[in-house]
Design a protein around this ligand. Structure first.
Ligand code: ZN
Length: 66
């Protein structure tokens, strides 16, 4: 069993806003999107959200892009 006491999921990434490598808090969000209206089915897309700890700028990208 992996013990992750560290609740802060920090990563150093490039921030577009700072134009620097800064510390980011990374989390995963599930967003519900309606892709096709005909289907009336909602797809849940996991997004990886990283928030710059320097300026608070958030970037999200879809995780399962083909
Ligand atoms: Zn930033």
């Amino acid at each position: 069993m992996a013990t992750t006491d560290d609740s802060f999921n920090g990563m150093t990434e490039h921030c577009d806003h700072c134009d620097l490598e800064t510390l980011h808090e990374v989390s995963v969000q599930i967003r519900t999107e309606s892709m096709k209206e005909e289907n009336s089915q909602f797809s849940r897309e996991p997004y990886r959200v990283s928030e710059c700890q320097q300026c608070g700028h958030r970037t999200s990208q879809r995780m399962n892009n083909a």
